[in-house]
Design a protein around this ligand. Sequence first.
Ligand SMILES: [Fe+2]
Length: 215
Amino acid sequence: MGKQEKGLSRRQMLGMAIGLGGFALSGKTGSVFAQEANRLFTPPLTSGPFYPQIKPLDQDADLTVLAGKKGPAQGKVIHLTGRVLNLNGEPVSGAKVEIWQADANGRYSHDSDPNPGPRDPNFQGYSVQKTDAEGRYRFKTIKPGAYPGLIAGMRTPHIHFEVEGKVDRVITQVFFPDEPLNEQDSILQSIKGPRKEALIAKMMPPTKEMDFQGA
Ligand SMILES: [Fe+2]
């Protein structure tokens, strides 16, 4: 157990902290994300059929608690952090970062979702935030469940992203490391090599200020 992990409860250890090496958003030349280390372009991916029809009134960065509901969302709590950078590796402050995702049962809050599993009424499912001066964003959410894709095979757990700077935007999806279903996911597997790696979040040691309380 590392120094940073000392003093964490078992529940906290069940949570995950994941992050992306750095999304980069171009301010000048087309929509791109890039990885911080070498600024490889991170490819755009489909927004899918489940972008919220009606966004929740509660759009804050904690998706595990929905205003007006008594209980927290079901599932494994995660903290998702990352940065938005331009192609020079400089932080993009004030970028709009939207996320939407399935709940722990693999259900979206969307009328067109045909999956029969129960929908978690306490899960926010959507958030929009602005990056800080360092280009950072942070969300507290739950790990989404896998679900049967409408066209082909199972969709591995993923979180949808739309990032918008002053003149540019990109829509993509972020994936989890070491997921067996990653190998079968046709959308993830449509991207090859290092560009695919740029879409897969990295596990990070949790920090003391991260709260992993959940259902
Ligand atoms: Fe999806």
